[in-house]
Design a binder for this molecule. Structure first.
Ligand SMILES: Nc1ncnc2c1ncn2[C@@H]1O[C@H](COP(=O)(O)OP(=O)(O)OP(=O)(O)O)[C@@H](O)[C@H]1O
Length: 631
């Protein structure tokens, strides 16, 4: 055969078998040989990888075997054969021994370079595919789709009919078979020491069975699945820390048996799959934990109360929560504006994202911009690091701008620009950063009045006030005071692991008649103190130590409808309590400050129902001194 023709055949070869096929055709066309074939041995079985012309006499495989052993040209009848590689022999029919001796070396080395090129290309292809597969696996967010992707990739890479991953449920000594490609059943459960999968799991060593060595295959599995296993390759699947996660199994290689390269390749793939699986399982666990925390936070963001105003607000929240409408939440301090904002967030599709609240009144004008929009490193003297602002922190979630009425006009202008352009630029930066935030604003001020006084921008007011929710003060919520009081008392007692005391009728009417200048926050704080300081099973009116606003012990009395005598009595009680609290519970100091003798102060307190002796408003178990010290 001409060297030029051989070079051309090597150059044009698309595969090892293809090279031999075209070369054998050229040899027969040359006229010196009637028939030619190349036989290769795969674990003792000889198969023709190329033959020409096809369908004539069967090439004798024992001659091929002889050629491998003899390492010279051997003959049998019209056939001659010679080894052309470590596992294949060229057989010719009707040609001379001399011809074969002359041409076999150049044919063998040409075939060798095609085989090397094919192996290198196959490795490169596999590597490229592995990179793609790893990328896809890294993006998987669920175990089931990941296992399906792994099985699919394995079938494709190793030309297998089916692939299964058996995860080890060590506690139950079971292997749980996850999806097999081409196999519809959801899950297979097997004892962890049975069949090939059990043996590989226990030994940690790969196993292969060919068509003639499949005795080890657990046929009961085939009976279960209705599948006929011909060839099988199974490798252990270990996590990066050495933990055995299970085994990886391929079934029925198309066109032959699984090879050494397949075994090495699947072992590598199993290691990658184990990492992807561990990551996905960790991701799923974190996701479940995250969902649990969101549910927990959502259950804490409930606007309690049954009065009609609160019912109607709850209805509005349900209707507008899942829109991205801007909502202005109005109401006095402590009426639950932040609770309403959280309720809107946790009922929206953004509930899995962050809820960020910014108190605009607590930030100076110079810092407001950097707080909301972030800053780049070096933007100002204290900007030692680049820091994202609250808009970025709330991305995908909800941003509550609390006390918006306190924002400076300069701050309002910057906020308006961000709302219109939907991008923020960090202080000292120039790149616009897209925002995906639902904006809520809250204030205890009359914003419309501020607009009239030109202290709040009208355009911003309309942008923020697409829908408004106004929380009523607690004093106008009727029985909700008691509903909330009992709710808070129960909650605090529960967290302390004690049974909540009951509110006496007097205590209830005392709560109902209070003016609640601090609204729900004041009620919550009062119930917290009761839960921590009160010992008995019943809370009496005298146990309710209302904290009067500092410096304004009469503020709630002024709005009350009490007769003068009751108001005077209430004032004295409040003033004495206020003074004692100001002296950290020290009655001697309080008496001195009030300009009375200590014993006279005790007497006065007894008269006002603040002492122990026989007064219905006091807790029978307490002496005045005890009560004072606990408060
Ligand atoms: N309807 C309600 N149901 C349950 N808890 C409430 C309710 N209203 C208020 N609270 C509780 O009262 C406290 C004050 O509520 P919140 O902070 O929402 O009020 P606010 O109006 O935003 O106050 P501020 O104006 O001072 O910012 C919180 O502890 C909150 O949990």
């Amino acid at each position: 055969m001409l060297p030029r023709l051989l070079l051309q055949l090597v150059d044009e070869a698309e595969s090892y078998a293809g090279f031999w096929q075209r070369t054998l055709q050229a040899i027969v066309a040359g006229g010196q040989v009637e028939q030619a074939a190349v036989l290769a041995a795969d674990r003792g079985i000889w198969r023709a990888i190329a033959a020409w012309p096809r369908g004539q006499h069967d090439p004798p495989s024992d001659l091929a075997a002889d050629a491998m052993v003899e390492e010279r040209v051997v003959s049998s009848g019209p056939w001659r054969g010679v080894a052309v590689s470590a596992d294949s022999a060229l057989l010719i029919r009707g040609g001379s021994e001399a011809w074969l001796r002359e041409h076999a070396p150049s044919l063998g080395s040409a075939a060798h370079s095609v085989a090397r090129w094919e192996a290198a290309e196959c490795t490169a292809k596999r590597f490229g595919r592995l990179v793609e597969i790893n990328r896809a696996w890294a993006a998987a967010t669920g175990t089931r789709p990941l296992l399906e992707a792994i099985a699919e990739a394995a079938c494709e890479l190793f030309d297998a009919d089916r692939a299964s991953i058996f995860l080890w449920d060590e506690a139950n000594r079971t292997l749980v078979g996850q999806p097999a490609i081409g196999f519809a059943a959801a899950e297979l459960r097997l004892p962890d020491d049975k069949g090939v999968v059990g043996a590989v799991l226990q030994s940690g060593k790969p196993m292969r069975t060919g068509p003639d060595s499949s005795a080890a295959v657990d046929r009961s599995l085939d009976q279960k699945t209705g599948y006929q296993t011909q060839t099988l390759l199974c490798v252990p699947m270990d996590a990066a820390d050495g933990r055995r996660l299970g085994v990886f199994e391929l079934l029925n290689k198309r066109g032959g048996a699984f090879t050494d390269e397949d075994e090495a390749g699947l072992t590598g793939l199993a290691a990658n799959a184990a990492i992807a699986l561990a990551n996905t399982q960790q991701f799923e666990a974190l996701l479940a934990r995250h969902d649990q925390l969101v549910d927990q936070a959502a259950s804490g963001a409930r606007l309690l109360g049954g009065c009609s105003a609160i019912e109607s607000i709850r209805g509005t929240i349900e209707r507008v929560a899942d829109t991205d409408l801007a909502i202005l939440i109005l109401g006095e301090n402590g009426t639950g504006k932040e609770v309403a904002a959280q309720a809107l967030h946790y009922r929206s599709r953004r509930r899995g994202g962050p809820f960020v609240a910014v108190n605009c009144a607590a930030i100076t004008e110079t810092l407001l911009e950097s707080e909301l929009f972030g800053h780049e490193k070096g933007a100002f003297t204290d900007a030692r690091e680049t820091r994202p602002g609250k808009f970025e922190a709330a991305s995908g979630g909800t941003l509550l701008l609390d006390e918006i009425g306190d924002m400076s006009l300069g701050g309002q202008a910057k906020l308006l620009r961000v709302l219109e352009e939907k991008v923020v630029v960090r202080v000292g930066g120039s790149a616009p950063i897209a925002t995906d935030v639902r904006l809520l604003a809250a204030t205890n001020q009359n914003l419309a009045q501020l607009v009239r006084e030109k202290r709040f921008r009208e355009d911003l007011f309309y942008r923020l006030n697409v829908v408004s929710i106004e929380l009523p003060p607690l004093r106008s919520r009727g029985d909700d005071v008691l509903v909330l009081a009992e709710h808070f008392l129960r909650g605090f007692c529960q967290s302390m692991g004690r049974k909540a005391p009951k509110l006496s009728a007097d205590a209830k009417s005392r709560l109902a008649s209070h003016r609640w200048p601090g609204n729900v926050r004041e009620l919550r704080n009062l119930m917290e103190r009761v839960a921590y300081l009160h010992q008995g099973p019943r809370v009496e009116a005298s146990d309710l130590a209302f904290v009067l606003a500092p410096g304004k012990p009469t503020s709630d009395l002024m709005d009350s409808d009490l007769p003068l005598s009751s108001a005077t009595r209430e004032f004295q009680r409040g003033y004495i309590r206020h003074t004692i609290e100001g002296c950290r519970g020290n009655v001697t100091d309080a008496a001195e400050r009030l300009g009375v003798h200590r014993s006279n102060l005790y007497r006065k307190m007894t008269q006002l129902g603040m002492a122990a002796d026989g007064d219905s408003e006091t807790d029978d178990s307490d002496s005045p001194t005890d009560t004072d010290q606990r408060r």
